[in-house]
Design a protein around this ligand. Structure first.
Ligand SMILES: [Zn+2]
Length: 275
């Protein structure tokens, strides 16, 4: 009998739900409003293993690009007024606030685990780096306001960065807290394998991903009508805005097989059995 393939994003999602139920600092998270999806990325190329995307930020204040005369400071030209907006993502009835993407097979293989990361888990197996990443991405979600958690400088003032030594240390503490809370080892089993190992154990890897190559991203919208302001004394340039999808639903998602080589362009829609 052929073993059913494993659904990577489902496994991550199940683990995340267990983590937020056991780690008090993450208990504010509503996993119904978090979408987990996969992107294709080879293990031997540069790029993130995982990313936390916020899709619940309010629109930006209206603005425009401008050019000034260096000598006089006078505005010589400007772009049209625009705002940047988050796309609306809704899966069934649930509005999505955050999306966490995992790059496959890169995330499974983690060939570039930094010495610094290794040093945070002395005496622990290498796959702990994956659990660290999963908690790290969840910890990026700000408990107080829509957006990515802002870190504080040592003096307590907010920093524009989103990582700090304290952030990494907090993640280690939460990972340890989770592991000592007695989770079902089965929950973590899939993290032990690299991509080839998963393929051997489960017969293949499928994951939820967005159709095509696009996924929800913040986009620019030119204001219509344009505000009537004194700034319009200088020449105004039209903004070239790339076409972007602004609404996403479950219709934009597909369960697709991932391979260690090139992306599977022939999606086997509806034909995969996932474990
Ligand atoms: Zn990060």
């Amino acid at each position: 009998m052929i073993a059913p393939m494993m659904n990577y994003t489902e496994h991550v999602r199940r683990l995340m739900s267990d983590i937020v139920s056991r780690v008090p600092r993450l208990s504010f998270l509503d996993m119904n409003r978090v979408l987990v999806f996969a992107r294709f990325g080879r293990a031997d190329t540069e790029g993130p293993n995982a990313t936390c995307h916020c899709v619940c930020l309010p629109p930006s204040d209206p603005g425009y690009y401008f050019w000034r005369d260096q000598a006089t400071g006078v505005l010589t030209r400007r772009s049209q007024w625009f705002v940047t907006k988050s796309p609306e993502v809704r899966i069934g009835a649930a509005p999505i606030d955050y999306m966490i993407s995992f790059t496959l097979p890169r995330f499974c293989d983690q060939r570039r685990i930094s010495a610094r990361k290794r040093a945070r888990y002395p005496g622990h197996p290498e796959w702990m780096a994956k659990l660290d990443t999963i908690v790290h991405e969840l910890y990026h979600i700000d408990p107080q306001q829509p957006g990515i958690r802002r870190v504080q400088r040592a003096d307590g003032t907010p920093s524009s960065r989103c990582h700090s030594p304290a952030f990494f240390q907090d993640v280690v503490e939460m990972v340890m807290q989770y592991l000592t809370s007695g989770p079902d080892p089965e929950m973590l089993e899939f993290l032990r394998y690299d991509f080839a190992g998963l393929t051997t154990r489960y017969g293949g890897v499928v994951a939820t991903t967005f159709k095509g190559s696009s996924y929800p991203r913040r986009y620019v919208e030119v204001l219509n009508p344009q505000p009537d302001t004194a700034d319009q004394q200088c020449p105004v340039e039209a903004l070239e805005v790339p076409r972007a999808a602004t609404h996403f639903t479950e219709e934009d998602l597909v369960t697709r097989r991932f391979w260690s080589g090139t992306p599977d362009t022939m999606a086997r829609k509806g034909k995969v059995r996932a474990a």
